[in-house]
Design a protein around this ligand. Structure first.
Ligand code: PAF
Length: 309
């Protein structure tokens, strides 16, 4: 069993803090939003309402924001029904304090979905997702899982594959929506769907940005107003390189960004320019080049990437 999951289960009995909102309710109904907490109740509902329909699936870890809403809207536009999962997946955290501090506000999530047109929500407990005897789905992920996010968060992508595979198995959607902000995750999910020949279309959606360019993220909730302003350096440094890229190549751009961060209050974790199709480093700008960056604002780890075209 994944170590973070084991530790978390031990600490909180069989359930986790994620489960606390679930109480004993099985279905939580608002005008346009229904919440299911068990696989059986969700599947039963889908088999009644969504027969022969297109079903869009938006996986989330809750703490929903405008970025999630844009995924839900993309799904609602394309599909007859939209299922949104709200589940803080312990198996993709390599750091238990990060897992504990992950923002959670279930009622706010439901209100936001309701205000955005509603959805079918699946909010399982950890035990519902990973019952006794559950065998995590594993696959060889290669280079994409060992660099950047994979290097700094060992095991993270194994946990993502495990949970996304399990969700796709439960929900059986025709389409699934992922943000391009998590570029490596999107690439891995596409690879997994191909590898296991899953009958679902993976739709990548543009990163939703707030004023100044900060990428919408659940982790922004943990930033102070001042940190939010200082965090603009992630997007703005990439954007500046993109504007100046005729003057220097990717290697020099990395050094420049490192220098700009030295003058800021954020701690740069990595800055890489990679080919978004192979995840190899690039030494020259190409149409596939993406600048990928991760940095800490205090304790909060932030992530971004942009196409350099
Ligand atoms: O991107 C996320 O929020 C998570 O990695 C996902 C896809 C919901 C899986 O837990």
């Amino acid at each position: 069993m994944n170590k973070t999951l084991q530790k978390y289960r031990k600490k909180s009995g069989t359930s986790t803090k994620t489960d606390s909102f679930v109480h004993s309710l099985n279905v939580y109904r608002m005008a346009k939003t229904q919440v299911f907490t068990t696989v059986a109740s969700l599947q039963n509902h889908l088999s009644e309402v969504a027969k022969k329909s297109t079903v869009g699936f938006v996986p989330t870890m809750g703490a929903l924001h405008s970025g999630h809403v844009s995924l839900v809207k993309a799904s609602s536009k394309q599909c007859d029904f939209t299922v949104v999962s709200i589940f803080v997946n312990p198996t993709q955290f390599n750091n238990s304090s990060d897992l504990e501090k992950y923002p959670r506000d279930f009622d706010k999530d439901i209100s936001l979905l309701e205000a955005s047109g509603g959805a079918i929500v699946f909010a399982p407990t950890v035990d519902e997702m990973y019952p006794e005897g559950h065998q995590p789905k594993r696959m060889e992920l290669g280079r994409v899982a060992n660099i950047m996010e994979g290097e700094f968060r060992p095991g993270h992508f194994d946990g993502v594959v495990e949970v996304v595979y399990r969700f796709l198995e439960i929900v059986n959607p025709t389409h699934t929506y992922f943000g391009e902000k998590d570029l490596q995750q999107l690439s891995i999910v596409r690879h997994m769907v191909k590898e296991f020949n899953l009958p679902v279309e993976v739709v990548g959606c543009e990163t939703h940005r707030l004023e100044g360019g900060l990428a919408a993220s659940s982790r922004n909730e943990r930033l102070t107003k001042d940190q939010k302003e200082k965090a603009l350096i992630l997007y703005q440094s990439l954007d500046r390189v993109r504007a100046e890229k005729e003057s220097y190549g990717p290697r020099e751009a990395r050094e420049k960004i490192k220098e700009w961060f030295q003058d800021s209050e954020l701690e740069l974790e990595y800055i890489e320019f990679v080919d978004a199709t192979t995840f190899e480093d690039v030494t020259e700008w190409t149409v596939h080049t993406h600048g990928c960056i991760a940095a800490f604002a205090g304790q909060v780890r932030l992530l971004d990437n942009i196409s350099m075209v």
